[in-house]
Write a protein that binds this ligand. Structure first.
Ligand code: LMR
Length: 396
């Protein structure tokens, strides 16, 4: 039976990493996958994580199963991190969180729950969006819709287009929103625009599902949670799929969470019981290690401060490399003004390079980036910036 399978195409993001590693050129540059890298291309384990892991090795007494929804202390800490300790919905027990295996796992659980337990059928994605979004929700069975998000000529959010398209959504549709640091464009709505979006979701009875994979990479943890917190004040129901891959540098531990907000405690508990059914059928209960690390760090003040300082270092290095890229591109050529890259937020720059130019960069110079022209900024350093800007200039 297996001979019916044709070769699947390489993954548009993770496949790039494979191609990069197979490339023998010594001056190749990896700007593909969204992972943090230091000036010397390392993705180190954070000090707060290392310390916690040492503590866990000494103190962990068992490897028994976690419960279906995961580690209770973790779920509590995550809820507080996302909404702030004082958020009324937490005290009202309308907000419930389950641990999930990474952001992808969280999105898939949310999708399965909304489709099979709630009866949602249509899901709206920004155009463009993270390459895996469509695959995740199509696999669930959703009918996919797209809303305009970005103006490629003006290199900025097309908010009018976004509102216009979402006006077409019907009651009961799910709208996927990026909480901050939109992937791939780096263009986020302003506070005022988020307010309009919340109003629209409420008026049209749409269910907002936030993908929060980059909290802490724009301005700071609290600032970057603005939309999540504001929506929770305004709409009766919402969901959040959160990932700690990036902000805890815990990529291979698969540590994330899925939260739901309901109009009252009873509805929240009933809905959560169905979410747990989804989890049980998908992977039974989540892996423990990464969540225990995160929970311990968030519970211990000193470790939490250390982690936040390390996160700040990552954010600042990316900002420095972003500035270097803008300066470099603007100095090697005069036909385009690249200042817009400086206004984008988070791990990525949406460069405006075409798929053909991206391919040329890969074949001619060993520079790897996503076909949409998305550059993972942390792959830039002071040693490769010259080659990068010269190579880009040569394909313009
Ligand atoms: C990315 O967008 O590069 C990351 O979220 C990694 C991934 O899984 O695609």
């Amino acid at each position: 039976m297996l001979n019916k399978c044709e070769m699947a195409p390489a993954d548009p993001i993770l496949g790039l990493t494979e191609a990069y590693h197979a490339d023998t050129r010594v001056d190749k540059i990896n700007l593909g996958v969204g992972i943090y890298q230091t000036e010397t291309n390392q993705t180190p384990v954070m000090a707060a994580v290392k310390q916690t892991e040492a503590y866990l090795v000494e103190n962990q007494l068992t490897k028994r199963y976690l419960s279906i929804e995961g580690w209770a202390a973790y779920n509590q800490q995550v809820t507080q991190l996302l909404w702030g300790e004082q958020h009324a919905a937490i005290a009202e027990e309308r907000l419930l969180t389950a641990q999930a295996p990474g952001g992808t796992g969280a999105l898939r659980v949310a999708g399965e729950f909304l489709y099979h337990k709630v009866g949602a059928r249509r899901l709206w994605l920004s155009q463009p969006t993270w390459a895996n979004h469509r695959a995740i929700f199509e696999a669930v069975g959703f009918e996919m819709q797209e809303y305009t998000y970005y103006n490629n000529t003006q290199h900025q959010l097309d908010f009018d287009g976004m509102l216009r398209d979402l006006q077409q959504a019907k009651a009961g549709d799910v709208v996927l929103l990026h909480a901050c640091c939109h992937n791939p464009t780096g263009a986020d709505p302003s506070h005022e625009q988020w307010q309009q979006l919340a109003q629209l979701c409420q008026a049209k009875q749409l269910l907002p599902l936030f993908d929060a994979a980059y909290l802490g990479f724009a301005e700071g943890l609290d600032q970057d949670a603005y939309a999540i917190r504001y929506f929770a004040d305004q709409v009766p129901e919402m969901m959040v799929a959160n990932s700690f891959s990036k902000n805890f540098s815990l990529y291979n531990e698969r540590v994330g969470s899925v939260s739901l907000l309901a109009q009252d405690t009873t509805v929240a508990r009933q809905a959560f019981s169905q979410l747990k059914k989804v989890i049980r059928a998908l992977y039974s209960n989540p892996p423990a290690h990464g969540a225990m690390v995160v929970a311990h760090i968030l519970q211990e003040k000193d470790l939490s401060l250390l982690w936040q300082t390390e996160l700040l270092t990552m954010r600042e290095r990316i900002a420095d490399m972003r500035a270097l890229l803008v300066k470099g591109l603007n100095s090697v050529q005069t036909q385009h003004d690249y200042s817009f890259i400086g206004r984008q937020r988070g791990m990525f720059s949406f460069s405006g390079l075409s798929p053909q130019q991206v391919e040329q960069l890969q074949t001619q110079a060993g520079i790897y980036m996503v076909g949409s022209g998305r550059i993972s900024i942390a792959g830039i350093n002071t040693s490769n910036i010259h080659k990068l800007t010269q190579s880009i200039q040569s394909v313009l």
